[in-house]
Ligand binder design. Structure first.
Ligand code: 13P
Ligand code: SF4
Length: 304
């Protein structure tokens, strides 16, 4: 009898000494088969610490690139090479160089949702889970924050002692969730708490009961005594929220939150990647060394 696709993937993962990492926004069936699921910070840590020879990264391009920057001796596979991040594409190296020239000596804090090239021109990276700690760790009153204007402005409230120079990038999926959408959901479910990602527009974050990274949402919803939650982030997160909290109800704030890039990777793509050992994501060595510094400085910031 022919092996089913999940069995073939698991067998190949063992044969290749590979680990399957999946972001919290991946399709349910991909999260289900992954060795590790997590947010951008958690997956970066896994990528830097795993003993596997091969990392199969089910996420978008900048995530696989970060894994390759942190673990150059490993083969990093991105099953769908066309899975990009529109926010990462909103900042170019030339634009960043120009902004740096206008503010000489001001450190650049770059959200990991960015290319290796942009990271290479940055002082330190951050994710939505550690951004406040990273910004506080900087020995400068002023900083350039790239590329997410919404994450930048959300962090700025917690560090009033710092002055931010913003890049005006944004996540199209999170910005499609409007204040009207959320108010409508709150009217439909007056007993629900609203939690959203800091990539959301400021007027949306302002009415949230809690704002956090995707992994932060699992912890917050698990620990909360509430029974109903309106979720303001990509719907991939619902898979684990519902599985881990069968007695609680989760309602998506807006159907417009879907990230088409995060939905590209199928089980077939994962199988083909393991069979052919392609597509491989690598970063040219000189660029990698510079980008690694910014990522490593982020990983060196004490977590708690
Ligand atoms: P986190 O999982 O780090 O919260 O990231 C959200 C995101 O949009 C990744 O593309
Ligand atoms: Fe990029 Fe937004 Fe998609 Fe994340 S959810 S990959 S930030 S477009």
């Amino acid at each position: 009898m022919a092996e089913d696709i999940r069995t073939q993937i698991r067998r190949l993962l063992v044969e290749r000494n590979a680990v399957l990492l999946a972001h919290n926004y991946m399709r349910d069936e991909v999260q289900e088969i992954a060795d590790i699921t997590g947010d951008s910070l958690g997956l970066s840590i896994e990528a830097s610490e795993t003993d596997a020879d091969v990392i199969v990264f089910c996420g978008v391009h900048f995530m696989a690139e970060s894994a390759s920057i942190l673990s150059p001796q490993k083969t990093v596979l991105l099953p769908r090479l066309d899975a990009g991040c529109p926010m990462a594409d909103m900042v170019s190296v030339d634009g960043l160089k120009k902004l740096k020239a206008e503010h000489p000596g001001v450190p650049v804090v770059t959200y990991v949702n960015s290319s290796a090239e942009v990271k290479a021109y940055s002082d330190i990276c951050c994710t939505s889970a550690n951004a406040i700690k990273v910004v506080k760790s900087i020995d400068s009153k002023e900083l350039i924050f790239v590329p997410d204007r919404n994450l930048g402005r959300w962090i700025a409230q917690f560090v009033p002692e710092k002055q931010f120079i913003y890049w005006e990038g944004y996540c199209p999926s999170h910005e499609r969730m409007t204040l009207k959408d959320v108010l409508q959901r709150k009217t439909e479910h007056p007993d629900a708490l609203f939690v959203c990602h800091p990539e959301s527009a400021p007027e949306v974050s302002a009415i949230a009961d809690h704002v956090c990274s995707t992994s932060g949402m699992y912890a917050w919803c698990r620990e909360s005594h509430a029974r109903k939650f309106i979720i303001g982030t990509e719907p991939g997160i619902l898979y684990r929220l519902r599985k881990e909290n069968p007695d609680k109800e989760f309602i998506l704030a807006s159907s417009a939150l879907i990230c088409p890039n995060m939905k590209l990777t199928s089980l077939e793509d994962v199988l083909v990647a393991l069979q052919t050992m392609t597509p491989v994501v690598t970063v040219p060595e000189q660029l990698r060394i510079k980008a690694r510094l910014a990522l490593q400085r982020m990983l060196d910031v004490p977590r708690d």
